[in-house]
Design a protein around this ligand. Structure first.
Ligand code: ADP
Ligand code: MG
Length: 155
């Protein structure tokens, strides 16, 4: 059966995923796990002169993020994947990789009302354009067992 687990964050930009990741990471470490956090926004920051919102290097960003996942899985690392992953189409490749590597897959949903998300978005350093947040909000689909998730936690 499954060995290690990949925790896939699911939520619109600004909903509070990275904030939950800090708590979740701390809990997993307390429980004795070595946890690797893989976050495409961190890679954007690295590849785009510090700009976490720059989407111009998305090809490289995703290729690198998935390569990091594959290496981590070969080393049986517990993983938290911190990106929006708002619907099955966006999650498909990551789930395929996880299931192929016999990982347990947990979805961690961070779902907030649209007005709360917009407010949180305004108050942070990298503000995402509101129309992008609205589009993400509309295309949000909760993770399901049909997609391959073994469990879903709501934060
Ligand atoms: N429960 C909360 N209450 C108040 N502010 C929050 C809460 N969760 C997140 N925030 C703030 O909202 C902003 C977006 O959170 P973040 O975790 O970066 O979202 P995401 O990673 O989903 O884009 C940050 O400025 C964060 O400090
Ligand atoms: Mg984040």
């Amino acid at each position: 059966m499954s060995k290690e687990c990949i925790h896939i964050m699911v939520g619109v930009a600004g909903a509070g995923k990275s904030t939950v990741v800090e708590e979740l990471g701390a809990k997993l470490v307390e429980a004795g796990n070595e946890v690797l956090i893989i976050c495409p926004d961190d890679l954007r920051e690295q590849f785009c002169n510090g700009d976490r919102s720059d989407q111009s290097k998305n090809g490289l960003v995703w290729k690198t993020a998935y390569a990091q996942v594959q290496v981590a899985m070969e080393e049986n690392q517990e993983i938290i994947f911190d990106a929006t992953m708002i619907n099955p189409r966006k999650r498909k490749d990551l789930l395929k990789m996880a299931l192929r590597n016999k990982y347990k897959v947990m979805g961690h949903v961070v779902r907030r009302d649209l007005d709360v998300i917009k407010e949180q978005n305004k108050n942070r350093k990298w503000v995402v354009p509101e129309h992008i947040i609205e589009n993400m909000f509309k295309s949000f689909v909760v993770p399901s067992s049909e997609e391959g998730f073994h469990g879903v936690v709501y934060h």
